[in-house]
Ligand binder design. Structure first.
Ligand code: PMV
Length: 310
C-alpha cells in the first residue's frame, strides 16, 4: 500500500489584520520555508489512526485540539467520495501554533491534499477552500477565511469578504519574521477591538478605515515594486494596530529593533497580543543582519522568506 503526501506552507498577514473583520481588504504573503507535510495511507487496521506532535492514537480517542484535523480529514474523504475510509495519517508541522502563522489552516490543507493524492486526484481551489474552512470553523469558530486561502496560494493575495485574488509582484521582497515567544489569542484581540470600537466608534472606526486605506495603497506598491513605500506603510499600520489595542511592549520593541537595524518597515502580523513581527529587508544580506538584530532583541527564533516578482 502506497503512501500519499500533501504539503502546505505558513502565511503572514502583511496588511489589513483586524480591519478585515469589518469587511476591509487584507494582504497575506506565503511563508514558503515553513510548512506542514501530511502522509496518508489506507489503514491495515479497522480504524483511523493519527500521529502528530500533539497526539498519537485512534481518531475516536483524539482530544479536542485535534478536532480541526479530524474535521478536515472527514471533509476531504467525503469530497473524494470515500467517507468511510480508514486511514493512517502522519502530520509533521514546522509551524508554531498560536503565532498568527496559519498553522491550523496549513495542517488542514496538507491533509486535504494528501487525501486527494491518495485518490490520484487534486481538489480545485474552491473545494479545497471549503474543506479547510470546515476545519477552521472547528478551530476558530468564525474564521474570516484569509488563512485558508493564504496557506494554499503560492503568491501574495488580496483578501476581502471571502474572496482572494493573487497580487502580481513588481519587485522581489525579502521579509524577516520574528517570533515574540508569546502566544497571541486572536479571539481575545478581535473581541478587544470590537469592545473599543463600540465604546468609541468615531476614533476606532477612523483607525480601521485608515488601515483599510493603507492596505489598498500597499497592493499598488506591491504591484509596482515600491519597497520604500511598502515599508513606510508597515510602520504606520503598526502604530494604528497599537492604537486599537493589539500591540504589546514586546512587539513594539521588536519593531523598533528591526527599524534600528535598517528594516524598510516592520509591524506586528496577525491578531497581535503576542505572535510575530514581520520586517521588510532591502536584500538577502540586510535580512541576515535584521534577523540577528531581532534575535538579539529577544526573539527566540526568526525566519526569512521571499516574495518573487511575477
Ligand atoms: O492571528 P491570525 O493570523 O490568525 O490573524 C487574525 C486576523 C484577524 O484579522 C485579526 C482576524 C481574522 O479572522 O481575520
Amino acid at each position: 500500500q502506497g503512501t500519499s503526501q500533501g504539503f502546505a506552507h505558513a502565511k503572514a498577514i502583511l496588511f489589513g489584520e483586524h480591519a478585515v473583520v469589518y469587511g476591509s481588504p487584507a494582504v497575506a504573503v506565503p511563508l514558503h520555508g515553513l510548512g506542514v507535510q501530511a502522509d496518508i495511507r489506507r489503514s491495515p487496521h479497522q480504524e483511523t489512526r493519527i500521529e502528530s506532535q500533539l497526539f498519537s492514537g485512534t481518531a475516536q480517542t483524539a482530544p479536542e485540539p485535534m478536532g480541526p484535523v479530524v474535521a478536515g480529514l472527514n471533509a476531504a474523504l467525503k469530497a473524494v467520495g470515500d467517507p468511510d475510509a480508514e486511514v493512517e495519517l502522519l502530520i509533521r508541522s514546522a509551524i508554531p501554533h498560536s503565532r498568527g502563522l496559519g498553522s491550523s489552516a496549513a495542517v488542514a490543507t496538507s491533509v486535504a491534499r494528501a487525501v486527494a493524492n491518495l485518490h490520484s486526484t487534486a481538489f480545485d481551489e474552491e473545494t479545497l477552500h471549503e474543506i479547510v474552512q470546515a476545519a477552521e470553523t472547528v478551530a476558530h469558530g468564525r474564521p474570516s477565511g484569509i488563512d485558508a486561502w493564504a496557506v494554499a496560494k503560492p503568491a501574495p493575495i488580496r483578501f476581502q469578504t471571502g474572496c482572494a485574488q493573487t497580487i502580481d509582484v513588481g519587485q522581489r521582497l525579502v521579509f524577516v519574521l520574528a517570533d515574540s515567544g508569546h502566544h497571541g489569542s486572536t479571539a481575545e484581540a478581535v473581541g478587544g477591538v470590537r469592545a473599543r470600537r463600540d465604546a468609541d466608534p468615531t476614533r476606532i472606526g477612523g483607525m480601521i478605515d485608515r488601515l483599510a486605506a493603507l492596505t489598498d495603497a500597499a497592493v499598488d506598491d506591491i504591484r509596482s515594486g515600491d519597497r520604500a513605500t511598502i515599508g513606510a506603510r508597515m510602520i504606520e499600520a503598526h502604530g494604528l494596530l497599537g492604537e486599537i489595542g493589539v500591540s504589546t511592549p514586546t512587539l513594539d520593541s521588536l519593531v523598533d529593533a528591526a527599524t534600528a537595524a535598517g528594516a524598510r518597515g516592520a509591524k506586528l502580523t496577525g491578531g497581535g497580543l503576542g505572535g510575530c513581527v514581520l520586517a521588510l529587508a532591502d536584500d538577502d544580506d540586510s535580512a541576515e543582519e535584521l534577523a540577528e538584530a531581532l534575535r538579539k532583541a529577544g526573539a527566540p527564533r526568526t525566519w526569512t522568506t521571499e516574495v518573487r516578482p511575477t
